[in-house]
Design a protein around this ligand. Structure first.
Ligand SMILES: [Zn+2]
Ligand SMILES: [Zn+2]
Length: 271
């Protein structure tokens, strides 16, 4: 990101912001701060990585109030138990997600879990988190809309396909982390075996650069301030190709960024 972009999104007087600590099939974790509430979405990176990456923004992971889990896949849950035990994050997930993680012993020893029902809203302090069921191939996957002072931030990855309600929800958002998993041509000609290619492009897999761009084109015609392309494939996409596809479909002037697969992002403010 250029210096001018950084200054555009780093006004410290604004108190609703988000940071991607990592995004991709190698591990996902997004931090959101809204007023006095600090949330993490997914725990697919190590506790040390999360702690160190937040510290680069002078944020302390021990101040996080809650960790919300989108679905059971390991790139979202790998270190959920660690975050809970080591940093005291309250754990939020659906009963089905909890059951599958417990069956496979992926949480370790944990205390009470705050269960939510897919499709219902959760309130944490003065923040509302609406959960949105997704057709992705997790057991009970959700995306999230975080609302603070009437501003809405979407955390939308592992979506399956552009399902019916997705476009209408995205058009209500002020900002979004949106999955842009693969380039159709790279996936088609790439090294993955056919069953894996099919799983990714299947209606229960991930959404492509083109699908993401069509959604953002609609959203930018409404209230969207910025979008961060997320959960990019390491094999079937590149940040450059994802951005080029978006520029072609959405236009050149909208603030569109890419969440990195290995490093922490800038601070993105919702104003
Ligand atoms: Zn994932
Ligand atoms: Zn997944």
């Amino acid at each position: 990101m250029t210096t001018s972009q950084t200054s555009l999104f780093s006004d410290s007087s604004l108190d609703f912001f988000a940071i991607s600590l990592q995004s991709g099939s190698n591990g996902n974790c997004i931090f959101v701060s809204a007023g006095n509430t600090r949330l993490l979405f997914d725990a697919g990176i190590s506790g040390i990585q999360a702690q160190q990456r937040l510290a680069t923004h002078e944020l302390d992971i021990n101040d996080v109030d809650a960790l919300l889990i989108s679905h059971d896949h390991s790139d979202h849950t790998r270190c959920a138990g660690v975050f809970h035990r080591k940093f005291g994050c309250a754990l939020y997930m659906t009963r089905m997600t909890h059951a599958v993680l417990q069956q496979t012993n992926r949480l370790g020893k944990i205390g009470a879990v705050h269960f939510f029902t897919s499709g219902r809203a959760i309130r944490i302090n003065d923040v509302q988190v609406q959960t949105v069921p997704t057709p992705h191939d997790g057991v009970d996957g959700v995306a999230f809309v975080v609302t603070y002072r009437n501003k809405k931030l979407g955390i939308f990855t592992d979506l399956g396909h552009p399902f019916k309600k997705l476009e209408s929800i995205i058009c209500t958002l002020d900002a979004v982390f949106l999955e842009s998993n693969y380039d159709v041509e790279m996936l088609r000609t790439g090294p993955y075996p056919y069953p894996l290619k099919k799983r990714i492009s299947d209606p229960a897999g991930h959404i492509s650069n083109e699908e993401s761009a069509q959604l953002l084109k609609s959203a930018f015609a409404h209230n969207l301030q910025w979008a961060v392309l997320s959960h990019l494939s390491g094999e079937n996409n590149t940040p450059k190709i994802a951005l080029a596809t978006h520029r072609k479909i959405v236009g050149k002037d909208n603030p569109i960024f890419v969440a990195d697969r290995h490093s922490v992002s800038d601070r993105f403010v919702i104003s």
